[in-house]
Design a protein around this ligand. Structure first.
Ligand code: COA
Length: 279
């Protein structure tokens, strides 16, 4: 892993003595001089990383973050912090509908959305356009107080294309989503928290620690059960209520055939910590 790579992938093991053991995959989008904008190289790297984590049983949780700004040389302007300031606008110049549709064959938002394991966006700074959409493609969003959210595509003569119109409307409601998408105005983290766009807002210096604590919590659950939990809640987005409740019931019942249900129930009765098998 070199510092010049556009996506840095780090495995943080739950057990410091077993580097490759079960743990958290931390992805850092690494284009700080462009506020971590998503160019095609980053998109391809995200898609590849999403495929890898599905295959790798030791990855329990994924955290996505942006690289911090480089230290400014004397006399130079310092860059603001950014999660991701959007799709790379320089790749839009002269592109027509056929070409952009083709570019969507590499769809990082779908790749992240379709990961079966828990995903957390750790946001410090701008989360705009495709960056806001990348955060929306994650399950949980934690943001620093200095973060800003927005879908400013309208100012480019565009609308969001990575899912924001749909995911925002479901997450924060139709009215607020329309306001964001049509005005292009930026929303401070406190407001994003108030409307439910982010789960937690924290001082910048606490963001990493709190995110890791949450990730460790999720990573400590049965990897099988947590996937089922994600699938069941996701069903609420796609299905009518009665069908969704039936889906939940089927998933709940199926868990009664797993080893991890016996292990979890027995550990509760024995007052011990469960040692999940993932089966
Ligand atoms: N695509 C490509 N480059 C981007 C970018 C994006 N989405 N967002 C920022 N950058 C680049 C800038 O071009 C600049 O590069 P340069 O120094 O080589 O010129 C660098 O990142 C720093 O950005 P800059 O605009 O100088 O910082 P700022 O502090 O003045 O403003 C923002 C910060 C976030 C308000 C501003 O960068 C911005 O509006 N970005 C675009 C947001 C957007 O429309 N996103 C949706 C895209 S679909």
């Amino acid at each position: 892993m070199g510092d010049d790579e556009v996506l840095l992938v780090q495995h943080v093991s739950l057990d410091a003595d077993a580097e490759d053991g079960p743990g958290i995959s931390v992805w850092t989008i690494n284009r700080p001089d462009k506020l971590n904008a998503l160019n095609s190289e980053v998109n391809d790297a995200i898609i590849a990383a999403a495929k890898d984590v599905e295959k790798n049983d030791s990855v329990r949780v994924i955290i996505i973050r942006g690289a911090p700004p480089p230290t400014a040389e004397e006399g130079e302007r310092s860059m603001p912090p950014a999660f991701v300031a959007g799709a790379d606008i320089s790749e839009f110049v002269g592109v027509d509908s056929k070409q952009i549709r083709k570019a969507f064959k590499a769809d990082p938002w779908a790749a992240v959305w379709n990961i079966s394991k828990p995903t957390i966006a750790m946001i410090d700074g701008f989360a705009l356009g495709g960056g806001c959409e990348l955060a929306l493609a994650c399950d949980i969003r934690l943001a620093s107080t200095r973060s800003m959210f927005g879908t400013p595509e309208i100012n480019l003569g565009l609308i969001p294309g990575g899912g924001a119109t749909q995911r925002l409307a479901r997450l924060i409601g139709y009215g607020k989503a329309l306001e964001m998408v049509m005005s292009g105005e930026l929303m401070p983290a406190t407001e994003a928290h108030r409307v439910g766009l982010v789960n937690h807002v924290l001082p910048p210096e606490q963001l990493e620690e709190v995110t890791m604590t949450l990730a460790r919590n999720l990573a400590s659950k049965s990897p099988h059960t947590i996937r089922v939990a994600k699938r069941a809640v996701r069903a609420a987005l796609e299905r009518p209520l009665s069908e969704g409740v039936r889906f939940e019931r089927d998933e709940f019942c199926a868990l009664f055939d797993t080893e991890d249900k016996e292990i979890g129930v027995q550990a509760f009765l024995d007052r011990s910590d469960p040692e999940w098998t993932g089966n």
